[in-house]
Design a protein around this ligand. Structure first.
Ligand code: NAP
Length: 255
């Protein structure tokens, strides 16, 4: 009997889990991407791309594709798809497991300022001109248009279109991981005195946090959004264990 697993991805962990499950007999694994990145990295399992049409659309997909297990391995800030996943799994009677990195925790020397979102980050930056590194998704930087007094360094995977309407912005196209030594050099070369970022967790983007600590730079960190209360694991290895447990039939609805 083949068990069908749908992984909602867009993260390193989703790709790692797909790598761990690819080629296993008795499993048919599909990975779903939102379709935001122009050239997504290759995955070792079949990939589908684009939204489902809300929780209802996802529930319809789960039923039509006879999915047995939904793994929500989306980014911890992708709150809408996670809410949709929980609802759709419940409506379709499909087991669900979430795979999410734990948040980074502050350590001595960190200068973190928690903010709700980009608009609050703009307010927290203040009126005095600063040199700001925006390590955010390209869809999230619009509010910084309202603070043209600052200089911006913007890093994204795909080009920011349209660019910010501010006099001083530099754009950097890059895909992580970003090691600490390179992040430190980037911050120093650009004279950065504030970073705006998400508390993504994991090591791939922690380099800037460690570098900021070493340099005494303030980090304005978005608070994590609330996520649905489904069974959650933190690593691809833990997800494999939970999936094996589910396959063993210990619980035919839960994971
Ligand atoms: P979001 O706000 O939670 O979701 C917006 C809509 O995008 C969802 O309602 C859904 O459309 C569609 N969608 C999102 N993830 C999808 C997936 N894996 N497969 C199919 N459709 C998906 O999500 P977001 O914050 O824009 O993130 C989009 C994607 O980028 C996610 O896959 C996430 O893992 C990845 N990502 C996000 C961040 C971040 O900071 N937010 C960072 C790195 C990677 P429908 O309602 O039409 O189904």
């Amino acid at each position: 009997m083949t068990h069908r697993i749908l992984i909602l991805g867009g993260t390193t962990e989703a790709r790692q889990l797909a790598e761990r499950l690819a080629g296993r007999t008795g499993l048919a694994v599909t990975l779903s991407l939102a379709g935001r990145t122009v050239n997504p990295l290759a995955h070792p399992v079949p990939v589908r791309s684009g939204g489902f049409g809300g929780a209802e659309g996802l529930a319809g997909y789960l039923a039509a594709e006879r999915v047995d297990l939904l793994v929500d391995a989306t980014h911890p800030y992708a709150a809408r798809i996670s809410a949709n996943a929980a609802r759709a799994a419940s409506d379709a009677g499909v087991a669900i497991l979430a795979l999410r990195r734990p948040s980074w925790q502050t350590v001595v020397g960190d200068r973190w300022t928690p903010v709700d979102d980009a608009t609050h980050a703009v307010a927290a930056l203040g009126a005095v001109p600063r040199r700001v590194f925006l390590a955010l998704g390209r869809q999230e930087i619009g509010p910084f248009d309202t603070a043209p007094q600052h200089s911006y360094l913007v890093r994204s995977v795909d080009p920011v279109e349209p660019p910010l309407r501010v006099p001083d912005a530099t754009y950097l196209l890059a895909r992580g991981p970003f090691p600490e030594a390179e992040e430190r050099a980037l911050l120093e070369e650009n004279g950065i005195d504030a970073i705006v970022a998400k508390n993504s967790g994991g090591m791939a983007t922690y380099g800037k946090i460690a570098a900021a600590r070493a340099l005494g730079i303030e980090v304005l960190l978005f608070r994590r959004p609330p996520l649905p209360p489904v069974k959650t694991v933190e690593t691809a290895s833990e997800a494999v264990l939970a999936i094996d447990h589910w396959l063993a039939g210990a619980n035919d609805r839960g994971v």
